[in-house]
Design a protein around this ligand. Structure first.
Ligand SMILES: Cc1cc2nc3c(=O)[nH]c(=O)nc-3n(C[C@H](O)[C@H](O)[C@H](O)COP(=O)(O)OP(=O)(O)OC[C@H]3O[C@@H](n4cnc5c(N)ncnc54)[C@H](O)[C@@H]3O)c2cc1C
Length: 541
């Protein structure tokens, strides 16, 4: 059994080579003009002290609870920059008292009953890949204890309906397991967030995750046909329907509920046939505005590219997809049913109208794995492993994402890059380059995704990250965007962000819905909203 790193991404045996580490040293030294760089050691379980659990395992459920130290460490945080930073520094002031591993829905009912009757907070845990404090076990002082409820044992595909092309799937299944089981039936769900390897169906639904595809079916919302959620008040189950006009959608209410209403135990998911036709091409633009205009026209032409990512010139450079002189639009089309060359040709015609230059398009089933798009793909997969190496040197390497309508898009992106750069300079005293890629595009707008590096050291990195996070939350929302397009709200996107963005009356609706489903306010307190009679002080404030 491979063991996952409690302090970073992937398994314990997946470390960068010494050459890769030295390259990172060089990159940091030249970016921040430093003579030498210290690396914090990889933390060891035995060097970390955890407080004694405040609660005892319930007798009747003893077999599904663990108080093991590594499990408590692994379930204390998700995988954001501060999660990794605190783990590397050995800072675990609020670990879960216990971790529960239910093996059936019956177990979940029993755990929620026990937790409700004993004032114990429950943090649902899928793959633990949250980057916004969604699985953090900090719940303030208003509970007798806190448990993490890990869904990993509920990981089956219960049924496949080939006629309707859907499958009934349990919430704890991880991405690779899900796809390999569907492959046996020549089917795919075709939902690939960057965290695919270590995230679950239940987590995707709970966070409204966004897949890797740039248009059309990419948000998990579109794939959910129906779902089952176990709440402290009982079963919340929706009806399997291809569509329905019967009032507000009970599915949509649960999708994105981030574990504050109940545990999503299974869902009937819409599937697709496996794509066999693929064509792709990379277009270069000298002018970013032209690249954006091409992207908009392609998004509004009904062509629905699978990939349609606009990388600004620096983003292209840092991902090995260009030399930093051009902005790149990576285009890819795919279908299980028909050749998509016509769609690629039309997208290229549009690009040409906006002074885009390109080489002869490729048409092969693995076209997306070569050239600039292949380099981009490799860098995309490697990114989370690189980030934790920066963290070990006290350097902040992070991202944030948002969405905006087309009419504001250019000014919005420029202003966010500019204001974020200025905020980082003010906070750290050193300049930072903020780069942007457009990850998703819609007929009415787009989702820009920003990456930045910021100078700090191991003592200051967490406080500096907090200041930058509060600034970027504020910048995105005050400029009319959203605090997140697909990374969810969790705890970290609330201050200056979601708390300002959520309509006041909708907040009240959510609070009262939570009071019905979770009267004791035990489910993931502090995420999205506060329970009716409690204020959960955010760890960020
Ligand atoms: C390197 C990296 C890349 C990422 N890339 C993407 C990306 O491309 N697209 C994207 O959308 N996100 C991305 N994320 C964020 C994260 O992976 C997603 O939010 C993902 O959907 C979380 O799934 P999970 O199973 O890991 O959930 P967890 O992290 O375990 O939980 C996330 C939230 O959902 C709740 N939850 C989990 N399971 C359940 C359940 N069964 N029932 C009720 N609530 C539940 C948790 O309490 C928590 O609030 C990325 C994260 C990392 C670290």
């Amino acid at each position: 059994m491979r063991i996952r790193k409690f302090w970073g991404w992937g398994f314990e045996d997946e470390l960068l080579s010494e050459d890769e580490e030295k390259n990172i040293d060089k990159r940091i030294a030249s970016t921040f003009n430093l003579d030498s760089i210290e690396r914090l050691p990889i933390p060891k379980v035995n060097d970390i002290d955890l407080h004694t659990p405040k609660i005892k395992k319930p007798k009747s459920l003893e077999a599904i609870f663990s108080g093991d130290k590594l499990e408590r460490l692994n379930h204390a945080y998700g995988k954001s920059f501060p999660d990794s930073a605190r783990s590397i520094l050995g800072l675990f002031p609020n670990p879960p008292d216990l971790v529960a591993f239910p093996t059936s829905e019956g177990d979940i009912y029993n755990i929620l009953d026990w937790a409700s009757s004993n004032d114990i907070a429950v943090i649902p845990y899928g793959g633990g890949s949250s980057v916004c404090g969604g699985v953090e076990t900090y719940v303030g002082g208003g509970y007798k204890g806190v448990i993490s409820l890990d869904m990993k044992n509920l990981d089956s595909i219960i049924d496949i309906d080939k006629d309707s092309r859907t499958a009934l799937i349990q919430g704890g299944i991880l991405g690779p397991d899900l796809e390999s089981k569907l492959k046996e039936h020549d089917l795919t769900m075709r939902h690939y967030p960057q965290s695919f390897e270590f995230s679950t169906l239940g987590g995707w639904i709970a966070t409204r995750s966004g897949g890797h595809y740039a248009t059309l079916y990419t948000h998990i919302d579109d794939f959910v046909e129906s779902l089952k959620m176990i709440t402290p008040s009982g079963l919340y189950e929706t009806r399997r329907l291809p569509g329905s006009g019967a009032g507000p959608s009970p599915d949509r209410f649960a999708i994105g509920s981030e574990g504050i209403m109940g545990i999503i135990t299974e869902a009937s998911m819409r599937l697709q046939d496996r794509p066999t036709f693929r064509s792709s091409c990379t277009v270069e633009f000298d002018d970013y505005k032209n690249g954006l205009s091409a992207l908009r026209h392609i998004s509004q032409a009904g062509l629905f590219p699978a990939n349609c990512r606009l990388l600004d010139s620096n983003e292209a450079l840092f991902n090995g997809a260009g030399d930093g002189s051009k902005h790149l639009l990576i285009l890819a089309f795919e279908s299980s049913d028909h050749d998509k060359t016509f769609a690629l040709d039309r997208a290229l015609e549009i690009s040409k109208d906006f002074q885009g230059n390109f080489e002869k398009p490729k048409q092969s089933s693995d076209a997306h794995r070569s050239g600039s798009s292949g380099n981009w793909r490799n860098s995309f997969i490697k990114a989370p492993y690189l980030r934790e190496s920066f963290t070990r040197r006290g350097i902040i390497q992070d991202t944030f994402e948002t969405a905006i309508t087309w009419e504001k898009s250019f000014d919005f992106i420029e202003e966010i890059k500019d204001r974020t750069g200025k905020a980082i300079l003010e906070i750290t005293g050193k300049p930072s380059l903020v780069t942007c890629r457009i990850t998703h595009s819609y007929p009415d707008g787009l989702a820009p995704y920003f990456t930045f590096g910021a100078y700090a050291n191991p003592e200051t990195m967490i406080d500096i990250w907090k200041e930058i996070k509060l600034a970027t939350n504020e910048i995105c929302v005050s400029k009319g965007g959203t605090v997140t397009h697909h990374h969810a709200v969790g705890r970290d996107h609330r201050p200056h962000g979601y708390d300002n963005q959520i309509p006041e009356l909708f907040n009240k609706v959510l609070v009262s819905a939570k009071s019905s489903l979770d009267p004791k306010g035990i489910m993931n307190p502090g995420v999205l909203i506060d329970p009716a009679d409690k204020t959960i002080k955010n760890w960020m404030s």
